[in-house]
Ligand binder design. Structure first.
Ligand code: ADP
Ligand code: MG
Length: 696
């Protein structure tokens, strides 16, 4: 592979310097290796030829065999197009080209027998195919069967570079390939019954049969996921072997008094279990790196606080970092109220902490007087120095980058124990990839007495009855959120929607006070609006997603989400978590346009069927793919999987991880003879990547 990676793509037959530059710029293909590992994203069956008279709506890409009957150029300038009629004896179909009109007219002739390949669409009551692939008919080319379709860019398309061009280049490359060195040790190939790498690469581009294609795909997916896991796990192992953590041996005064005298309610079983897991970690002599997942409202803050008290009991300081000022302030209030009862000094540090207070806090941290620091990004600034930080909690991890997690590590000569919390439940398969270097604890139980939020989907046509329902709830003394989407590109428009919504709602619910919050507001104004809602001086809050994290108003039990189709499922779930915090039955009404398509409706219906964040997250992953999931973008782990899909290939991922773990358990540094190939290939694969797992 190293050899292939060193061979410039320009030397391949059919490429040359010009095309090489295009391939590099457009597809990041620089070498033979890059091209070989540029896989089709789907396959089409080219063994069958359809008849024009059999075409029905909604067909995929199909092949037709026949002759062009006529060519006509229509339109002027940018709207110029070439229309052709194509006949196979059973019917006629329109074929249209919107560019390269002259060139195409000169290439194809009436009378010659062609095979065309494309997707028929219904237009003006006639089927038509635009920009089909056209080949002179040769009986042998039809038998070819499965063929890969490659992603290409618009720019490439405009330079007459198609999926077929790539296909042709792949064939040229495979023809010139020669021997290909195995990328996995023989014992793995045998044990997993994998197709040899060369066969797999050939079959993934030019499949012999469906069976071989599947085996090839399996082999390549396994290889990809295996090395991904091996990389993460190897560094995690090295880290845990080379970095000692503080050993927290004591459960002391603070923790015990808090548990006996202060704790306002009994812990749930899940909370107890997680605290036990954390205590085991902290007593092990190794540095803890744990991810705590728990649905909105599952009581993570309390777990974090008790963990921090353990640090205090053992003579250390602790800190908790939250993504927004509102959230940090809220944590501060919760935590200081409880901690003051056992005499533990807690301070809040954010971007808006006044200079004098700031200096005071810095002092207290240096002297060790401040035991628990709550704050935003401000706590990782270099000016913040602890006497001895033993425990760091990061809330809502998905809002922070890995770099910030790493910065937390460096706050102390010996890195503190790190607990990362998230309310965006991450499906297991994704967690294994994104947070593969963290141990995972889950709070899978809500505190008693919570009623699940009732969620319904309503269309614009039901608006009046939705308002009626909201009116009834207001009369019962409840408070209500109206949430509007905010999408960056059209911020102005969104703001107008929000303001219009505010006008309409103020007008309908005249007997109540309506407040409004959005991201463009000054912090003072925002805080004021939040405050009057929290104090029930305003009964309705009109807001954008800024309320997604942080607001905790137990009396607010109804949420209406406008244009729900514009939100991701996980985001809807987060929003919904703002209601149902009190004793009353809570409701979430998803409003959407009647004209949404089937997929969107299905997506929204998931919300009406479950309140389980993990199911929502699984569905989100299936429907949108990992690239879109909140958290993955910033996770620092490259998500450029070439063939595997963590949403769909969970089972392969699990096998790959198990095997990687087993190998590393027996040979942590991969220095045994039989594992040398693994080591070498790992270095090759990750040659260009910064290794975050070393520091995070
Ligand atoms: P999240 O996991 O979303 O951060 P919080 O820690 O904010 O959840 O807890 C949500 C609410 O549940 C808080 O008001 C908290 O006081 C309460 N709570 C936490 N644990 C329990 C428990 N064991 N029993 C009852 N209420 C609890
Ligand atoms: Mg929380």
């Amino acid at each position: 592979m190293e050899r292939l990676a060193k061979t410039d793509i320009k030397y391949l037959h059919g490429v040359g310097p010009k095309r090489a530059e295009l391939l590099a710029k457009q597809l990041d293909i620089h070498s033979y290796y890059d091209l070989l590992y540029y896989f089709p994203f789907r396959y089409v069956d080219k063994s069958k030829i359809h008849k024009i008279c059999e075409i029905t709506g909604d067909m995929p890409y199909i092949q037709l065999k026949g002759r062009f009957v006529s060519f006509t150029v229509n339109g002027e300038g940018a709207r110029r197009r070439l229309n052709a009629l194509f006949s196979d004896g059973t019917g006629l179909i329109d074929v249209v080209w919107f560019n390269r009109v002259k060139q195409i007219q000169e290439t194809y002739t009436t009378g010659t027998e062609y095979v065309i390949f494309g997707k028929p669409t219904l237009f003006n009551n006639r089927y038509s195919i635009s920009h089909p692939e056209v080949d002179v008919y040769k009986p042998e080319s039809v038998v070819q069967g499965f063929r890969g379709v490659y992603n290409i860019t618009e720019t490439l398309r405009n330079r007459s570079f198609s999926s077929r061009t790539i296909q042709q280049l792949e064939m040229n490359l495979i023809g010139a390939l020669g021997r290909v060195e195995e990328t996995l040790p023989q014992y793995i190939v045998e044990r997993q019954q994998l197709m040899p790498v060369r066969d797999a690469l050939v079959n993934v581009h030019i499949p012999d049969s469906v069976e071989k294609l599947q085996r090839a795909q399996y082999r390549l997916k396994f290889e990809e996921l295996f090395y991904l896991q091996l990389n993460i796990l190897k560094y995690t192992k090295q880290r845990s072997m080379s970095i000692a953590g503080f050993r927290f041996t004591k459960v002391g005064e603070c923790f015990n008094r808090f548990y006996r005298e202060v704790l306002p309610f009994p812990l749930t079983e899940a909370q107890k279990r997680v605290i036990r897991e954390i205590r085991t970690d902290m007593g092990s002599g190794k540095q803890m790196n744990r991810l705590l997942q728990g649905d909105v409202g599952s009581g993570k803050t309390l777990v974090a606080l008790m963990t921090m008290l353990l640090a205090v009991d053992n003579g250390f300081q602790a800190c908790i970092m939250a993504p927004t000022e509102i959230l940090a302030t809220q944590h501060y209030h919760t935590i200081s109220e409880l901690a003051v009862k056992i005499g533990v000094r807690v301070e809040l540090l954010t971007g808006s902490t006044r200079k004098k207070d700031r200096e005071n806090i810095h002092q207290g941290l240096l002297s060790g007087d401040v035991k628990i620091l709550v704050g935003t990004h401000a706590v990782i600034e270099d000016t913040v120095v602890f006497k001895s930080l033993g425990m760091a909690v990061i809330d809502e991890q998905h809002r922070f980058g890995v770099a910030q997690r790493a910065k937390m590590w460096r706050k102390n000569a010996v890195p503190p124990h790190v607990l990362v919390m998230t309310a965006t439940p991450i499906p297991r398969t994704l967690a294994m990839t994104v947070y593969g270097d963290l141990d995972v604890s889950v709070i899978d139980e809500l505190p008693p007495g919570r009623k699940p939020v009732q969620t319904v989907l309503r269309y614009d046509t039901h608006r009046q009855s939705v308002y009626r329902f909201v009116g009834e709830q207001l009369k019962l003394g409840r408070q209500v959120y109206f949430v509007y989407p905010l999408i960056q590109e059209s911020e102005k428009l969104d703001l107008r929607n929000l303001e219009e919504g505010y006008e309409i709602i103020s007008d309908i619910f005249r007997d109540y006070r309506v407040c409004m919050v959005h991201g463009k507001m000054k912090p003072d104004e925002k805080d004021y609006q939040m405050k009057i809602f929290a104090e029930n001086k305003a009964q309705i809050m009109v807001a954008t997603t800024v309320i997604e994290v942080g607001v905790n108003v137990p009396n607010a039990s109804v949420m209406v989400i406008e244009n729900a189709e514009r939100f991701g499922l996980s985001q809807l779930h987060q929003l919904r978590g703002r209601v149902g915090r009190g004793a009353d039955q809570a409701f979430c009404i998803l409003m959407s346009n009647v004209k949404i398509n089937r997929d969107t409706r299905h997506r929204l219906e998931v919300m009406t069927q479950t309140t389980d964040g993990f199911i929502v997250a699984e569905e989100d992953l299936k429907l949108r793919g990992p690239g879109d999931m909140e958290g993955t973008q910033q996770s620092g782990i490259a998500f450029d999987l070439r063939i595997a899909n963590v949403a769909k290939d969970g089972a392969i991922l699990q096998q790959a991880r198990d095997l990687a773990m087993e190998i590393l358990d027996a040979d942590p540094t991969l220095s045994q003879q039989q594992n040398q190939l693994l080591n070498r290939h790992l270095q090759f694969l990750y040659r260009r990547q910064i290794n975050w797992s070393l520091i995070s």
